[in-house]
Design a protein around this ligand. Structure first.
Ligand code: MG
Length: 454
């Protein structure tokens, strides 16, 4: 079991992720990466500079060569890691967590995130105290590279139908959450010829504008600005800009699985191939993938699993339901900025407003709940839950790579253990709200029964 690593790196409150820990773990990561060339970037958090310096010190001590990018979006680091042929990377970012948190996202060659299992190898080196320690005459240098944001903008523009967007001159309101999107998004949309109104676009680790997670409640200012000003679209990122959420021209909140489905539809019309997502993703993505004659591959929940599988299958697209889409022509990481440019391109090339494009997608209803596992053995609980689901649904197609997902033809449910808390989450999707609620209450009761019996 991983001691420190979650689904993508090590994320904690600052009190539990102090510089000496960061430096030590990065020395272990540098050792794991064979003292190679490591790229480092960070988000706008107040603890970012302190922890970045600690990370760089640890990497240098392990004999690594370091390239520092400064404050940039996470997808920018993932892109440069691949393009600069680095042996790995570290991003100091706690993504959408509150301002008193911070984290390290680690990636390997090609900018593919390190999943928990590989993180455990880094932990073993850290715990053994046997990280490489370069002698004075083996220490390498730090290179400061300040063109990463421009590189990223240029790569997005090169892979977008800029002419279609520039001709249409759409009006967009963007909300950068005072996070790293502030460094790139206002310039990208200006380059695309849009009329742009920016909210929370000054980098600020106190996140004074809004909470960094783009939930419907947190981006209410953006929603009202879109409708008041009559914009074509609103766009909001999380703190490190790998995830993006859209607001349609009527002020409607577009759930991440819908924008992912639009991205898949758009991609598969131009290029066929496998698509990768997690077992927690809506059937709307499966429907649009299969409608184009392509296959949707499921992986466990966690960005690195998506990237790894995409690379293995040479997939044309990947993503997850919270608004993270991977565009392999740019990088192997979720890129909220590329996704924003492509959805805007789709609106401009189709001539349809975003609300109409969304309305053309299949409609599903969902329902979610969770069951307290009372600090009991989650693995034993899940084993029993899988058995019971198998007995109760002999005809269902089961996927047990992460909890248990049962597909019942047009509807499905999943029971999966939380990675960080003592819960089993139960989620269902169906053709009506009543049916989705019915499925969650039925399987919530099943999980509760199992918890009681363990
Ligand atoms: Mg994020």
């Amino acid at each position: 079991m991983a001691k420190y690593f979650g689904t993508y790196g090590v994320r904690r409150k600052l009190s539990e992720i102090q510089p000496e820990f960061v430096s030590g773990l990065c020395a272990a990561f540098g050792t794991y990466s064979k003292s190679g060339k490591i790229i480092v970037g960070r988000d706008t958090r107040t603890s970012g500079e302190m922890l970045q310096k600690a990370a760089v010190a640890g990497l240098l001590s392990a004999g690594c060569k370091v390239i520092e990018l400064g404050v940039v979006p996470s997808p920018t680091v993932e892109m440069e890691c691949r393009d600069m042929e680095c042996d790995g990377g570290v991003i100091i970012t706690a993504s959408h967590n509150p301002p008193d948190w911070n984290a390290m996202k680690f990636m390997g060659p090609k900018g593919v995130g390190l999943p928990k299992e590989k993180g455990e190898k880094v932990e073993e080196i850290y715990d053994s105290g046997e990280s490489n320690r370069a002698s004075w005459n083996q220490l390498k240098e730090v290179t400061y590279y300040f063109n990463a944001v421009t590189d990223h903008i240029n790569k997005i523009l090169a892979n977008t139908d800029t002419q279609a967007v520039r001709e249409r001159k759409p009006f967009v309101v963007i909300d950068c959450a005072n996070g790293t999107a502030s460094k790139l998004a206002p310039y990208l949309f200006r380059e695309l010829g849009c009329k742009v109104v920016s909210l929370n676009a000054q980098p600020d680790g106190h996140f004074p504008g809004r909470h960094s997670e783009p939930t419907q409640k947190n981006i209410s200012d953006l929603i009202s600005t879109v409708t008041t000003l009559g914009a074509d679209m609103g766009i909001a990122w999380d703190g490190d800009a790998d995830r993006v959420i859209f607001i349609d021209e009527k002020g409607g909140y577009v759930w991440g699985d819908k924008s992912f489905a639009l991205s898949v539809k758009m991609r598969l019309k131009e290029k066929k191939g496998p698509v990768v997502t997690t077992v927690a993703t809506s059937n709307v993505v499966k429907d649009v993938t299969e409608a184009e004659g392509c296959k949707l591959e499921y992986v466990r929940v966690g960005a690195p699993y998506i990237s790894e599988k995409m690379l293995e299958l040479n997939a044309v697209m990947g993503g997850e339901e919270v608004g993270g889409v991977v565009w392999p022509e740019v990088s192997w990481g979720k890129d909220g900025l590329m996704t924003a440019a492509k959805i805007l391109e789709l609106v401009c090339t189709s001539g349809k407003p975003l609300s109409k494009l969304i309305a053309e997608l299949p409609v599903y209803y969902n329902s979610k709940t969770k069951v307290d596992t009372l600090e009991k053995d989650k693995q034993a609980i899940m084993n029993a839950v899988v058995d019971k689901v198998r007995q109760s649904q002999p005809k269902a197609r089961l996927n047990t790579i992460d909890g248990v997902r049962a597909d019942l033809g047009g509807e499905w449910f999943i029971a999966r253990p939380s990675g960080t808390e003592n819960y089993v989450r139960v989620f269902a999707e169906a053709k009506s709200q009543e049916r989705a609620d019915e499925l969650t209450s039925k399987y919530k009761a099943l999980v509760e029964e199992v918890v009681k019996s363990i």
